[in-house]
Design a protein around this ligand. Structure first.
Ligand SMILES: Nc1nc2c(ncn2[C@@H]2O[C@H](COP(=O)(O)OP(=O)(O)OP(=O)(O)O)[C@@H](O)[C@H]2O)c(=O)[nH]1
Ligand SMILES: [Mg+2]
Length: 468
């Protein structure tokens, strides 16, 4: 931590990792936070409970402080003023805000302190780092508070806003379907989100995260690319898995371009070979997309490219890192060059085929995939039961279905702690999507064996005809 400051009016404690000038922080992310206290109850740091949306490289500045560290296993980021075990860790009711710059680097953290934590004795240990709070900074005068995220529309002057792009007649447009296919966990959904610059598909470190195809629509002047993120093709062991694989395979015949995605940090597996063969039989343009170039190869010094290349005939091979957004412009231009002529198929401002309700339910599943272990997260299906738009907030009630009583216990956790953790992380994501306050009410129900029960699958929305 480089500096901190306290806004005395609202009680926000700002922890900065860098010198800032106003407006540098353009994006925010929200996570549950805890205060770290010494034996006298003074604040000596905080713990932020991150999820998979944040990656190590984004924490470069945060981890520069020699006392700061990341507990990777639990996703806990510790910001501390000394190498000192806290005597107590207390949870803050309010979610912490991470301020990020244009490159998604975390610049600082905002904690909303309740009254009792603003007392001088609570802040005593932070004094050496404290700088005065000032929301009208003078250039070059050290750290200032983070501005609210820049709203792109605020930036546009009236002149630019009224200037519309020259209309392109529909017959001059190009449009088409681009399937992202591959085995589970290679980064298909991460790529979709990165290409769109919006989160429309959930991502997790566990395989078989995506269950049904998700469309992401990228419209640029004169072209519309409809990406289809598919479930990872695998050997299914229940009806849901079979449906996932079937839905993924059905995207192949209709795709104009197929991105066969692999993880270049590992050698090809049997599944890669099998999927490559399926892809070869399809009519679309075939691109070999080698993801995770940022990751070291499994065997030091190994180069798995020749082995992937041999899996089929590829018009082009492109190495990327979806996570670090490397190589995406090259990939897009290769795709774009292969789009057939055709009018836009979706409204020009639409970015996905999913509703806000579907995405909100997916965010809950994503947090469950992140926090829960082994089979439990895969046994989860989330249903939206109620969605009420009230004047100042949206009230959402969801049911999380699991397959067994034991899973219900794990999901709820001791004293409801796990469900709370999932709920507050999901609420933050939903609030970010909706741009308004959300009340999220989660219930848990046991629906025995739903992944193998055709009736339950249909009822939960997992039926083939919904996606054809
Ligand atoms: N190091 C690294 N990790 C990545 C990259 N792209 C994705 N990942 C990680 O790989 C894991 C799986 O990513 P997903 O996007 O969920 O993978 P997927 O192919 O959609 O997986 P399924 O939906 O299960 O088929 C996550 O932990 C991602 O953060 C990358 O470029 N580099
Ligand atoms: Mg996926």
């Amino acid at each position: 931590m480089k500096y901190c400051s306290l806004d005395p009016d609202v009680g926000t404690l700002y922890l900065y990792f860098t010198d800032l000038t106003a407006g540098e922080a353009t994006v925010v992310m929200e996570y549950p936070a805890h205060l770290l206290l010494d034996a006298q109850g003074a604040i000596i740091g905080c713990r932020i409970d991150l999820d998979d949306d944040v990656i190590l490289s984004q924490l470069e500045l945060a981890l520069e402080g020699s006392h700061n560290w990341l507990d990777g296993e639990h996703g806990h980021l510790y910001i501390r003023i000394a190498d000192e075990e806290p005597a107590e860790v207390v949870k803050l009711d309010e979610i912490a805000v991470l301020d990020l710059d244009d490159d998604d680097l975390v610049l600082g953290i905002e904690l909303l302190l309740p009254d009792e934590w603003r007392a001088p004795e609570r802040l005593a240990r932070l004094t050496p780092w404290m700088v005065p709070f000032d929301d009208e900074p003078v250039d070059g005068e050290g750290p200032v508070v983070f501005g609210p995220p820049l709203n792109p529309s605020d930036e546009t002057t009236d002149e630019v806003a009224t200037e519309t792009a020259p209309e392109i007649p529909p017959e001059q447009w190009r449009s088409g379907f681009v399937a992202l296919v591959g085995k589970p966990n290679v980064g298909k959904s991460t790529l979709l989100n990165a290409l769109l610059g919006e989160k429309v598909a959930i991502v997790s470190p566990r395989p078989q995260t995506t269950r049904v195809p998700v469309r992401g629509i990228l419209t640029r002047p004169g072209e519309q690319i409809i990406f289809i993120d598919t479930p990872g093709i695998h050997e299914p062991d229940h009806r849901l898995g079979k449906l996932m694989v079937e839905l993924a395979e059905r995207t192949l015949p209709n795709a104009d371009v197929i991105c066969f995605m692999v993880d270049i940090s590992q050698p090809p597996s049997r599944l890669d070979r099998m999927i490559a063969q399926q892809v070869q039989r399809a009519r679309g343009h075939k691109l070999l997309v080698l993801n995770k170039v940022d990751q070291k190869p499994l065997q030091p010094g190994a180069n798995y490219l020749p082995a992937y290349r041999e899996l089929g005939q590829w018009e082009m091979e492109i190495a990327i890192s979806a996570r670090r957004r490397l190589g995406l412009a090259a990939l897009l231009s290769e795709i774009s060059a292969r789009l057939p002529a055709g009018p836009p198929l979706y409204p020009l401002d639409q970015i996905t085929d999913q509703s806000e309700q579907q995405l909100a339910a997916e965010f809950v599943r994503e947090k469950a995939l992140f926090y829960l272990q082994q089979e439990v997260p895969h046994a989860i299906a989330v249903e939206v039961e109620e969605w009420l738009e009230k004047e100042t907030a949206t009230y959402i009630r969801m049911t999380i279905n699991v397959e067994k009583e034991s899973q219900k216990g794990i999901l709820i956790g001791a004293g409801g702690s796990m469900l709370k953790k999932i709920g507050s992380a999901a609420r933050a994501s939903i609030e970010r999507m909706l741009g308004r306050t959300v009340y999220l009410d989660l219930w848990v129900k046991v629906r025995p064996n739903w992944r193998d029960d055709p009736g339950a699958l249909g009822w939960l929305g997992y039926r083939a005809k919904n996606f054809l």
